[in-house]
Design a protein around this ligand. Sequence first.
Ligand code: FUB
Length: 372
Amino acid sequence: MTKFRTAKYLPLVFVAASAFSSACQKQSGAESQSADVQSGATATADTASSKYLSKPLIPGMYTADPSAHVFNGKIYIYPSHDIEAGTPENDNGDHFDMRDYHIFSMDDINGKVTDHGVALDIKDIPWAKRQLWAPDAAFKNGKYFLYFPVKDKQDVFRIGVATSTSPTGPFKAEPKPIEGSFSIDPAVFTDTDGSSYMYFGGIWGGQLQRWASGKYDSTVAPEPASGNALAPKMAKMRADMLGFEGPVKDVQLLDENGKPFPATEHNKRFFEAAWVHKYNGKYYFSYSTGDTHNIAYAVGDSPTGPFTYKGVLLNPVEGWTNHHSVVEFKGKWYLFYHDTETSGKTHLRNVKVTELTHQPDGTIKTITAVKS
Ligand code: FUB
């Protein structure tokens, strides 16, 4: 059994001793547009005695679920924007009640971080009701695409898309969610041949289990108690990037014997936060194990899988959720992730970055971001 509480998204027992905490709370409703939020700071924590591997990248604002991309030689971070909305905590994660996205850029991994202001507000998404969760972005044919999960007017998570001519927005939302989309955490990977794929899904509060029969059913348990674990989903994107080209399929996530994980294997089964990157011709599918708090990864020969489990890429961080992205910049690989260092609260997170190492045998060196 894990040392963590198992209730969905309830906080770990942790008191943050950080000067950032009160500053973040004061500023969460009044952030500046296009501001340099951190100047010349390094991402690495100052002293060998720090319990953290990395420092918060964006002091003064709570950010989470960082999807990092390199566009035109710069790093862009597309995170969730956590706020103290006052929504009571529950197992569905209702307290993650986010309402807009800011986009951040960095010229270098240790350079200043620029906040480009509000890129998309929930009030400008015609079909959305509440909870703007983990987004991702893509670029094709001169256009930037922001993909986002949000609950519709019926309180069902769907995935939307918004477009811009700039990587920092502002983004304009399409009038309807992506047809055939459901659940949360879209991650779009574009292969070297130009084909793009969306990976998505999240169980428990992410509602993936409610679609197990092919139709939405709000009465289904948060996950199966026996049998196979629920599979993450994927679909090939159309050339215009505004919809799926083909049907939504299961991502085959297999153990070392070629079998899907049993639903009871909570240390390894998929929970949420899919991400795909390509290294040395192999496709790496990484994801959060949710209530056991790992970022695990599996490797395949094709972007459509199957992917075979290889291990843990990031050990549990402070906070309930663990959500990441992996990106190459100037010949090195980086892991963007979050924790709750600045607040000590599950739903008020801060984005961080650290270097990631692919080892000669194709495995990834496990990162421990906080000393226990
Ligand atoms: O930020 C809200 C949700 O928490 C995300 O969609 C999940 O991946 C988890 O990080």
